[in-house]
Design a protein around this ligand. Structure first.
Ligand SMILES: [Zn+2]
Length: 168
């Protein structure tokens, strides 16, 4: 009988009871307990721009992981672009989402939370595992528009060809 390895915990599992999800060309094989943590990637949004502090951003670079509480009305996208709020704020880096875990407890987060907006007691989190974090050829500057405080959805094309936030 074919044996599979769970995509999240890497345990070997039988084909019986295995859940398979197909997004893009990948097949995810998950054991029963990990399937409770599985969140499909939102392919309907190409790039979601999110504001992050400089400290959070350096943790993203180090761990290739990004997270926020489940109660945030934020869906993510195929890519994240990070609006670093340091100085007057700019977007310099972006990353493709590889996999999403949901219902993650605070104790299992990849790094310490830094200044959470709208915190809630005992929040559960969505953790985004990222591919390589890439630098844009030229940063996107805040210009005269307001800072990004929640999210902004855009396209890869605009991300690569904009000079100021208002062009996104
Ligand atoms: Zn598993």
């Amino acid at each position: 009988m074919t044996k599979y390895r769970c995509n999240i915990c890497k345990e070997v599992i039988d084909s019986v009871g295995v859940i398979k999800h197909t997004d893009e060309k990948k097949i995810f094989v998950l054991c029963k307990s990990c399937s409770k943590m599985y969140e499909p990637i939102n392919y309907s949004i190409e790039v979601q721009v999110v504001p992050v502090s400089n400290e959070t951003f350096s943790n993203i670079l180090k761990t290739k992981k990004y997270f926020f509480p489940m109660h945030y009305r934020r869906t993510g996208g195929k890519f994240f672009a990070f609006y670093n709020t340091r100085d007057s704020g700019k977007i310099e880096y972006f990353a493709k989402v590889k996999q999403i875990l949901k219902n993650v407890e605070e104790k299992d987060l990849p790094y310490k939370i830094d200044n959470l907006r709208n915190p809630k007691e005992n929040s559960l989190f969505k953790v985004y595992l990222l591919e390589e974090v890439k630098k844009l050829d030229k940063p996107i500057l805040k210009g005269k528009s307001g800072a990004i405080q929640n999210i902004r959805n855009t396209t890869i094309d605009k991300l690569k060809n904009s000079t100021f936030l208002k062009e996104l």
